[in-house]
Design a protein around this ligand. Structure first.
Ligand code: NAP
Length: 340
């Protein structure tokens, strides 16, 4: 089969390898779609630790091709989404139920072979069923959605809450939709690209703001700020500026990933006197099944987030280049003859 290998920093190539054989507790998945995430670009550049040589791809779904002998509750032909994050279940964080903080976390597509391949073998416990009636590309959004769900859970959103989301990428646009589903009545999305602002409005944002204009200041002045601000851009400037967008007693939830070692200037006086809390949200602890259900039922729209479909052969160059302006998600579709 074909698989896209990371062989070291800035070394990525499609290789012909043997199709994996599932272990007794694994399922073999024929990959239908796998999203290219910013993390894949960080892995390519050596900015994120991995274990090369390894097949990248951690946002995948597909159809079960074979099951190991111990797997009795999933059958060949079922569609599944893979939760890439494998917790050890034995460390103190796992024992405390904080599986996303597992000391021995192994991620499919980072530490072991992932979904930029025709087939991927994954532990049965990482597979979550999706209906066969679902568009085969949509399951690739379960992983990012599961991460956004954790953030919304941490925020404890209440019906009638006001929310501001910074960043109109996949994470921001999924968070906008989840915030509306959780009962937020005012959801502002801040992003530079006008097409992304238009899309956000279609997906449920009640206000869309351009950070390069005076609109954001005017919005804060008019509303007093949001109950919850979700930082989904992953920039020092947006993390530093997020508390200003929260109202007195509000909260900032940071999802965005900054390079290790990067510092951000925060004003503790402002946080204290306005009692604004600032927390972080990491990965998808116990949220993957709910994400699968939100996608399976169509409660969350993902079709408009697909910018383009790529073959495995096209994926290497795309991962090796910055995302083009306006791109939301490029999906690798191993069965494609040509990209579209
Ligand atoms: P992305 O596609 O890069 O989205 C970030 C968006 O921020 C861009 O689309 C960009 O859109 C916007 N942006 C850039 N400058 C901005 C500014 N000054 N103000 C407002 N928006 C700005 O990435 P993504 O896949 O959505 O992921 C977002 C972040 O979450 C990344 O840092 C990613 O690594 C992280 N992440 C975290 C978790 C977790 O568990 N915590 C999970 C997955 C991803 P415009 O061009 O329109 O401005």
């Amino acid at each position: 089969m074909k698989a896209l290998f990371l062989n070291g920093t800035r070394k990525i190539a499609v290789q012909q390898v043997a199709r994996p054989v599932p272990k007794p507790d694994e399922v073999l998945v024929r990959v239908e779609a796998c999203g290219i995430c910013g993390t894949d670009r960080h892995l390519f550049l050596g900015e994120f630790p991995s274990h090369p040589p390894v097949t990248l791809g951690h946002e995948f779904s597909g159809v079960i091709e074979a099951v190991g002998q111990e797997v009795t509750d999933l059958q060949v032909g079922m569609r599944v989404t893979g939760d890439p994050n494998i917790a050890c279940g034995a460390c103190d964080a796992c024992h405390a139920g904080r599986v996303n903080l597992c000391h021995n976390l192994q991620a499919i597509g980072i530490h072991r072979h992932g979904g930029f391949a025709e087939y991927v073998a994954i532990p049965r416990k990482q597979a979550f069923a999706l209906p066969l009636s679902l568009d085969p590309l949509h399951g690739a959004f379960c992983e990012p959605l599961a991460c956004c769900l954790h953030a919304v859970d941490l925020a404890g959103l209440k019906a009638g809450a006001s929310v501001t989301v910074i960043g109109g990428g996949v994470i921001g646009l999924l968070t906008v939709q989840l915030a509306r589903l959780a009962g937020a009545t005012r959801v502002a999305l801040i992003t530079r690209n006008p097409a992304k602002r238009e899309l956000a409005a279609r997906l449920g944002a009640t206000t869309c703001l351009d950070p390069t204009s005076a609109e954001v200041e005017a919005y804060i002045h008019q509303t007093g700020g949001a109950d919850v601000v979700f930082e989904c851009a992953g920039l020092a400037s947006t993390v530093a500026g997020a508390p200003r967008l929260a109202r007195r007693g509000g909260m900032v939830v940071v999802l965005g990933v900054l390079p290790q070692g990067q510092k951000v200037e925060i004003e503790p006086f402002d946080l204290l006197f306005r009692e604004v809390s600032m927390i972080t949200s990491f990965l998808n602890p116990f949220t993957h099944a709910r994400a699968a259900d939100l996608i399976a039922t169509g409660a969350i729209q993902v079709a408009p987030l697909i910018t383009r479909r790529l073959t495995l052969d096209q994926a290497a160059d795309v991962i090796a280049s910055p995302a083009p302006d306006g791109e939301i998600r490029a999906l690798v579709v191993p069965s494609l003859a040509n990209g579209a």
